[in-house]
Design a protein around this ligand. Sequence first.
Ligand SMILES: [Zn+2]
Ligand SMILES: [Zn+2]
Length: 261
Amino acid sequence: MPMLFDTHCHLDDPRLYEELDDVLTRAKEAGVRRITTIGCAHDVGSVTSALKLARQHPGWVTATVGVHPHDAKHFTPELGDAIREVGKDASVVAIGETGLDFHYDHSSHSAQEAAFRAQITVAKELNKPLVIHTRSAPADTLRILREESANDIGGIIHCFSEDHAFAAAALDLGFVSSFSGIVTFKKAVEVRDAARRQPADSLLIETDAPYLAPVPKRGKRNEPAYVAHTAACIAELRGEDPDALAEQTYQNALRVFGIAE
Ligand SMILES: [Zn+2]
Ligand SMILES: [Zn+2]
């Protein structure tokens, strides 16, 4: 049985939540021993959505809390305070996902940058790592992490979609890379190259479910069980034993999230 850690999914998404018991059972059957579900708050009322799930599944599901760059326009000082309060909970293992998404531009660049900087500050106050979402904004993401001294806490570049040079620059700032189903897509040449070259102790895996199902489930609704396909693909790319890679990425995730076992 492999030992897998899905470091990023959205269990509170209705597409997973409506059959959560079955989703979690299938994950266990696939060898998923831990899941971090991402709490994307839109307002003060939604800051505990992921934490509630973690509390229902102690030792198995952990949570994060933050404001997604898409929703940065909703970020307020009050919401920042609420994230800080929820972030103190032991089941909350990181702040985020936060960062920059200049592909969709659902919030203005200035709003995204302000919310990103504010959440780095919260993470530093709590001494918890950051989960970074970055799309079409590699230079600005690295610049802000540098300017805010985010290396004090480090964290994860989630759903890695850049190249090896970006992964290396992020690692210099204390950020490991987490690979999603994108790495199983043959055309994702740079992402596959980055996964091949990433140091073994700074490599994580995730589903980002319900999005981005890996081959051979591509196009379907994703779920944590499918992280096994991503692990197998990365092991093949690196010429490593799949169970050994699963174990290594599992241990990496425990370290980055500060989870003691
Ligand atoms: Zn994301
Ligand atoms: Zn996400």
